[in-house]
Structures are given as structure tokens and as C-alpha cells.
Design a protein around this ligand. Structure first.
Ligand code: 4NP
Length: 152
């Protein structure tokens, strides 16, 4: 079982989008039973208020026919480092904050999602920039390349 944790700042826009896009992708390839997939935040603010997936993320997922289930934001915990094989942040500031919470990355598990692509870069935060369409396409691109990397 390959365990993948997607991480962003708030765990209501990008990382749940990546969680459900990647779940759909592995499901369509008949690989669902090979993966455990989850998402988390670096901040604790949406865990405190028990926020669900943000409406614009839900709308993109619906538009693209990506199924999703109920999800409540949670902050990444130190023990997630041992539990997961891959901890994939959306942007450089996520990586810095993940490392602050889990400690050092001794097993080289922590990467940006788009670092698996030919164009390594940040997926910028749609909470501040409202770019949900381009975030969706970045996430699909990153998930496809990450899955290719895993399958190889
Ligand atoms: P996300 O976006 O990191 O893609 O989930 C954000 C959502 C909420 C907040 C920040 C970023 N917030 O400050 O509540």
C-alpha cells in the first residue's frame, strides 16, 4: 500500500482537490486498492472551525466529474511522517511548514507536487488569487506525473 498525503495551507482548496483528483485517477486505472490517500493543512485554523471543502473547489470537482466525499480540514501531525510514504506540498512555503511540524525529512518523503513534472514550481493559493481553474489543471498535471513516477 502506497500512502500519499497532499498538503496545503488551509486543507480546504488545493490539497482536498489533489486528494480527490488523485483518488479518481488511481481508481480509473484499477489501482485504488494499492493506495491510501489523504490530505492535510499546515495551519490549524480550519481544523479549529471544522471547515469543509471550499465551495469553488467543490464546483470544479463537480464540473470535472470528480467524485468527492465529506472532508473536514485537519492539520498535519508529526506522526503523519511515519504513516505516509509521500507528503506532497503545493508550494515552497508548505514544505517549510511541513518540515517545521514533522521535523527533518530523513527519508526524503516531502516534495512539491509539481516537482514530479518537467516544470517544477509552486501551485499558488486560489484562496488569495481565485485561480481555481488553473489550480485544477496544475493539480491534474502534477498527479499524472507523480503517478507515472510511482508506476515506473
Ligand atoms: P488552501 O487555501 O491552502 O489551498 O486550502 C487556503 C484556504 C484557507 C485559508 C488559506 C489558504 N485560510 O486562511 O483560511
Amino acid at each position: 500500500m502506497i500512502k500519499v498525503l497532499f498538503v496545503c495551507l488551509g486543507n480546504i482548496c488545493r490539497s482536498p482537490m489533489a486528494e480527490f483528483v488523485f483518488k479518481d485517477m488511481v481508481n480509473k486505472k484499477g489501482l485504488a486498492d494499492k493506495f491510501y490517500i489523504d490530505s492535510a493543512a499546515t495551519s490549524n485554523c480550519n481544523e479549529i472551525t471544522k471547515e469543509g471543502i471550499y465551495i469553488d473547489t467543490k464546483n470544479i470537482l463537480r464540473e470535472m466529474n470528480i467524485p468527492f466525499t465529506e472532508h473536514i480540514s485537519r492539520q498535519i501531525r508529526k506522526e503523519d511522517y511515519d504513516k505516509f510514504d509521500y507528503i506532497l506540498g503545493m508550494e515552497e512555503s508548505n514544505i517549510k511548514n511541513i518540515l517545521r511540524i514533522v521535523g527533518s525529512d530523513k527519508e526524503n518523503k516531502v516534495h512539491r507536487l509539481l516537482d514530479y513534472t518537467e516544470k517544477p514550481r509552486d501551485i499558488i493559493d486560489p484562496w488569495y488569487y481565485g485561480n481555481f481553474d488553473s489550480v485544477y489543471y496544475d493539480i491534474v498535471y502534477g498527479c499524472e506525473k507523480f503517478l507515472e513516477y510511482i508506476i515506473k
